[in-house]
Design a protein around this ligand. Structure first.
Ligand code: ADP
Ligand code: MG
Length: 285
């Protein structure tokens, strides 16, 4: 495309809320094999709410909220908000530590406490709790464990629904013959339940933050890949992908790492960018 055509293309895209920082991204996006999505805040709204508490509700929430009060994870605000709603006093925490992609821990009343995924728990949970966890996960709820002194004392189920436009966007990409993949640190059962709701072709769950870029590289063996994400932990995957697409609502580092920014946080922007690419470069397909 001529420089003028490129300017017109990026200008038109900007009017639709699609910021294209790099003209090359606009060219490459029409030649993709796969689009890989982060789950939380990208496919889903990213405003999770607590739906269930298993165990002594007051105790579980006061410990979890004490820890989550110091975390910036989207799941954390859901827990703190629920404790506030229940008017539960949160426990003061010392020696706070955030374990990326796993959860948070710290000392409460001299006891070591944690909230997060099973990776963070030292011991297996008992079969009764495991059963309840499985049930909640099959309802597409993310379940975090709350523990004191290595013993799990309860579960908190948190729901984060897909954005209303995610299914349509993914369907359109599927129809264009692209492979659609979800990459998430969340549990397999939850990820699959969400994946089904939006019609994604492949789900890769339990991925640690530093592993996301590795999966992008793997997918690149088959062709060009776009990665769509919003989090701090998505930054390496956004830069590794042939086209990095960040949510406008994302963290600063994600927005800086992406070549395209979807200001309206609507995944249909990916399809629109593809169409804009085709128009700008006058490709007939
Ligand atoms: P995603 O890839 O979906 O954005 P993350 O990698 O941020 O997810 O987190 C993966 C998992 O780690 C979560 O599903 C949760 O089980 C656990 N986790 C991470 N941070 C926290 C936290 N602050 N509180 C509770 N659980 C957490
Ligand atoms: Mg995210």
């Amino acid at each position: 495309a001529t420089p003028t055509a490129l300017m017109v293309g990026t200008g038109r895209a900007a009017k639709m809320g699609i910021l294209i920082k790099d003209g090359e991204a606009l060219e490459v996006i029409d030649d993709l094999k796969a689009v890989i999505f982060d789950k939380t805040g990208t496919i889903t709204v990213g405003k999770p709410v607590v739906t269930d508490v298993v165990g002594d509700r007051k105790k579980v929430l006061s410990i979890a909220a004490g820890l989550e009060d110091q975390s910036e994870h989207p799941l954390a605000s859901a827990v703190v908000q629920q404790a506030n709603e229940d008017q539960i006093e949160v426990q003061p925490v010392t020696e706070f530590e955030a374990v990326r992609g796993q959860g948070v821990r710290g000392k409460i009343n001299g006891h070591q406490a944690f909230v997060g995924s099973e990776r963070l728990a030292k011991e297996e949970i008992d079969s009764e709790l495991a059963k309840q966890r499985e049930q909640l996960q099959s309802e597409a709820k993310t379940v975090v464990l709350v523990g004191v002194d290595d013993k799990v004392i309860g579960l908190i189920a948190i729901q984060d629904s897909p954005k209303p436009t995610s299914a349509e966007a993914i369907q359109q990409l599927n129809n264009l013959g692209l492979e659609t993949i979800m990459l998430t640190g969340d549990n397999q059962t939850v990820a699959e339940a969400i994946g089904k709701q939006v019609g994604i072709q492949k789900v890769i769950a339990g991925v640690l933050p530093n592993e996301k870029a590795t999966y992008v590289k793997q997918a690149q063996e088959k062709g060009r890949v776009a990665f769509v994400g919003d989090g701090i932990n998505d930054a390496p995957a956004l830069t590794t992908a042939d086209v990095g697409i960040a949510m406008g609502s994302g963290t600063d580092i994600a927005i800086e790492s992406g070549e395209i920014v979807l200001v309206q946080n609507d995944l249909r922007g990916v399809v629109k960018a593809l169409a804009m690419s085709r128009k700008t470069f006058q490709r007939i397909k």
